[in-house]
Design a protein around this ligand. Sequence first.
Ligand code: KIV
Ligand code: ZN
Length: 514
Amino acid sequence: MGTERITIFDTTLRDGEQSPGCSMNLDEKLQMARQLEALGVDVIEAGFPVASEGDFAAVQAIARECRKPVIAGLCRAIPKDIERAWEALREAARPRIHTFLATSDIHLAHKLQKTRAEALVMIREGVGLAKSLCPDVEFSAEDATRSDWDYLVEVFTVAIEAGATVLNVPDTVGYTVPDEYGRLIAHLKAKVPGIDGVTISVHCHNDLGLAVANSLAAIAAGARQVECTVNGIGERAGNAALEEVVMALSVRRDAMPFTTGVNQEAIYRTSQTLANITGIEVQPNKAIVGRNAFAHESGIHQHGMLSHRSTYEIMTPESVGVRQTHLVLGKHSGRHALAKRFEELGYPLGRTELDKAYKLFTKLSDQKKEIFDEDLLAIVRDGLTHIPETFKLRALQATAGTSMFATALVTLASDGGEATETAMGDGPVNAVFAAVDKLTGLKGRLLDFRIHAITGGADAVGEVFVQVEFDGVTQGGKGASTDIVEASVRAYLNATNKVLFARRASVPAAAETR
Ligand code: KIV
Ligand code: ZN
């Protein structure tokens, strides 16, 4: 049986980024886009250019840098959105305008206040305008699964006539079920004139936990593009998880004869890259990329695994790039060993980066006997970012207890020299943040604070993620240390420095609060 190729359309940077806590700044989006390119996705939906200056800049930067995949930018089917999307995409090697309009009666009446006939005119004009700018045009009928099927036939007929090359049938609210969705795709395939000359795409949300199952049912019925996100992040319960769709197709090729261009061994690293950027950890039992996805706890299972892996393993951890955590380096390892290990982990470092990484490594090995891969990855993530450190942490003291206010003393260095401030707070973290605010002159409002241990044991490195709002701009920051108060202040300073850098460079800082 021949195998057909499924196009993997990644929308982590658009639909995924819209979910709470997942906003990324320009550097972070670029880092993620590079990783998606290395993963081998066919299409990267890089953002919604009209939504904010930050989205526009990110789509433009990704279009300039990532030359292999198609780069898509989302826009409503209205001229100003479409023109803005094209402006951001025009330098891409392979640009795609992705335009959409809602087609369900619920959305037409309550959101757009349009009749079905008016919507058809908007679709014809919108897709036509997009086509006059860009040869590759995708049209999405938002809330397709709650739209009238015969009206959808009209909608997609108009979209093809106006020049659409990809037709997307989104399950916007995660409402459909596999059998029904498959029948809808088959109905469109049978009824829309010219549909065989375009690609049918699916885009499923996970409100009922069916996003991946629905996507696979749609493929069986004739869809050839799947829209999905890394770790399944996205609006509400998220989108179909890329890694699950790809691995289901790979492991069950006997039942579903399709291939993708995804480099499976890069799946785990991509998942980790996203989790590290956003600070949204993957749930431990998440399929494919969760910490426990390949853990065998019960005695019976362990016994089976020891006899033969296939007793309880349908794919190997190595096939998705999961390696066993192992001790890699110690205090006496040299620069050469460090460079080699970074290279094996997928981070070939230049001389300056290696110098910096080595310094951080020796500092860490004074605090911690054993250094694991995860520690090295934390060094790359937190120590080698290119945000200039306007303020650097020089010293920190914090005291706390059950019968006293927490107090903190923080010394920061900047171009103006060193300065020290003290502050009090409900707890030590609160107190150090207040002292930092006094020193930087910025007033941050902490929106989110998360901490996790990178490796096990009492001397584990703790990694802290914060989201802080400075004057209406939300900025994420992260920091790592074996001391959690220090990790917290580093994360807070990282967010502060990012905001200051963005202000100076007058680039859109980050996620502006939408
Ligand atoms: O869920 C949805 O309908 C979307 C479209 C804009 C494609 O994200
Ligand atoms: Zn969506």
